[in-house]
Write a protein that binds this ligand. Sequence first.
Ligand SMILES: [Zn+2]
Length: 894
Amino acid sequence: MKNVLLVAGLLFAIFGNAQIKLPRLISDGVVLQRDEKIKIWGWASPNEKVEMSLKGKKYSTTADQNGDWDIQLKPQKAGGPYTITFKGNNEVSVKDVLFGDVWLGAGQSNMVTPMERVKEKYPDEVANADYPEIRNFFIPTLSNVDGPQKDLPAGEWKPAVAGDIMQMGAVTFFFAKDLYNKYHVPIGIINSSVGGTPIESWVSEDGFKEFPKDLATIQRNKDESYSSQFTTRPPSSNVQPEIKDEGLTGPLKWYENEYQPKGWNNYYIPGYWEDQGLRDLNGVVWFRRELEIPDELVGVEAKLFMGRIVDADEVYVNGTKIGNITYQYPPRRYTVPEGVLKKGKNLIVVRVTNSGGKGGFVPDKNYELTANGISVDLKGEWQYKVGEVFKPFRGARRGGGYNQFWAQNQPTALYNAMVAPLTNMTVKGMLWYQGESNTGRPKAYADYLPALIKDWREKFNKPNAPFLWVQLANFQDVNYLPTESNWAELRFSQFKTLSVPNTAMAVIIDLGEWNDIHPLNKEGVGKRLALGALKLAYGEDIVYSGPIFKSSEIQGDKIVLHFDSVGSGLVSNDGEPLHRFEIAGQDQEFVWADAQIVGNTVEVTSDEVPRPAYVRYAWADNPRGANLYNKEGLPASPFQNFDNEELNQLPWQGKKAAVILTYDDALNVHLDNVVPLLDSLNLKGTFYVSTFSEAFRNRLNDWKRITWNGHELANHTIFHPCIGKESRPWVKPDYDMATYTVQRMVDEIKINNTLLEALDGKKERTFAYTCGDFTVNGDDFFIDGLKDDLVAARAVRSEMHTIDQVDLFNMDSYAIVDATGDEMIDMVKQAVETNSLLIFLFHGVGGEHSMNVSLPAHKQLLEYLKEHDTEVWTAPLIDVAKNVKTYQSKTKTN
Ligand SMILES: [Zn+2]
């Protein structure tokens, strides 16, 4: 409320002397939605009468006490141009008004990317664009964490004609062009997008009802005393206050013609300097090359293409600076002015600054000097010299860390400033191209995207508005083995959002570039979005999507996949066998699969997986070679036939019981006897480690290596303290928990977490009470101080529990001493009968500990578990704990 008043007050201060004021959007050249009831709105002085006239018709209304007014218009036919005039105490008119279809486009940089950026790829479009009835309104970048704003400070409608088209978003231009060419009605695009921003920035506060953490952040950010201590500057603007670059500080600068190079080394362009002998160097590196040029280039204006450069560059030709770019993403296309290129030797010098990651020249890009149809290749041998080395950056200090509050990445910040002012406008539908900035938390995206859709439909008062988004493109290095991928996870979250009604997804898994997060093929993206619009918004009976996975059935040794959007049939688009299908058994260990199109299905098998359960397709950052299409030429969306998030909603992931194999005290036999057997059966164990253990300290690399196969390293304290008793003569006085303080116990467990993280890189950890003891110092419980550091804790009591009975910080287990295989299998059967969790606790396996189980008995148990993996879920304790957590939190809220 404070902000509404503030805005109203501000408006009053500027325009308040009885003046009608219109929102920025309602300005010359505006496109208004045809064929639907729409609203024209604005401000005036309180209670002022406002008259509007359009097409010879008069409308009138009165501003309310805050000066707000609006006028409803009946559905209008497509057409124009018209003039709308408004009369109160003043008179305002809006010229060149068209009625047509208005689309809101939003997202990150790929939605911003203007035609200017892709002009080399689409020279004809740029030179000959003549679509005065396609109009673009680009929303200026603004953020606000206080609350929704009423209007924009700037912005105007621009037609898609030569010149103005340069600033129009390329995706939205090609989208609009297809619609315009089909229907010949005006198309208005409102483009509200900011590069590098997460989806949370674009959702309104109301849209976060189901997200308590974000709501807390929003409230906190509204407190100015909190938010004012942070910078609002993008983290990338890493200002170097003082020039220390030797290339600029000497008597002759390194780009000058008179400079005599000394101590330069060879370098091959393209490529990153970390790959050419400059280890981990952040700083300034200079590159130079002398070259002879053909006579035709002498003296003329030429184009210099330097591909892409990470991060910033300045380019000099014969001592003249011809351009610079300050960040890595734009293509380097410089103009060498007339008169600079000379006969004989020419000198090109490039100064490159890089502050993090690999620096240098991006491969597979264009490096050439060209004019009049003649081209000189600039790839190949250059020389380099280091000008400056940046000291390692000390993060988290005031004044320059990366974790700072950056307003535009805060929840609601962009919604408030860049979407809220638009919501009175009636739109035909919405386009969304975003997700790159959410790949760090890809699963959460499956909650955020539906939340955004619901939110915007409500705010724009169009509950069923067509909503179309672009799935993330293929990007980054190609994996030639099945692999996990956050990009694939995010694409799957986008895929799952198709369950929201009246939505469509443009799949572009074939339009990306491995080395460019901003792929150039924007025409393909726009066209595929337009197909979705034709179907959802214009009711055309067309195939608008590639194959979308619908369901799967397991038939013996194969999995049969069914699809929607098959169109006129499934094909391999390159005529090769289907690629990029993966298959796995219950263990979700994926291998490449053989996949064949059979009618409208795909059948997937592998000799390595006789009893398959899971399939996934195109599951990688860059699944090059994914070739399942429909005959309409549209690619299948990447998918998997399961969803671990959903599986975790079911008790024991949908199986009858869960079994956890835990092994305590870090013994040699665990590495030598247990892990090889587990690996041969593809089962995973949990190893409770006290880091003081000799077998642990002596064989760190072996313990590290077992985590690569999915085994869990878990926390059993550093020193294995226990409460000293007569029956435990081996408890050393120094490590008698009866003498510990809570703080000491908590600290030693936390330190052990840190040690284990150093081995396996994991931040989530489970714990096992040493000797099953819960207390220190007589009777003080210590686990409460650890609940932020641990996911679960295992005790030692011989009990089984159903999933709703499990106490995560007091999980029971059966300590096994000399049990036979049959006895242990009977316990598993009992767990299956009672739908319970059974935790085995082993120490010695084939020796090395007084609490021992024989190798044959242990093997018999594991083989039984493997054979019964369709009804028994055998998993590490941490995975089971997550299942329990998800299941219990869901049943509690319901
Ligand atoms: Zn122990």
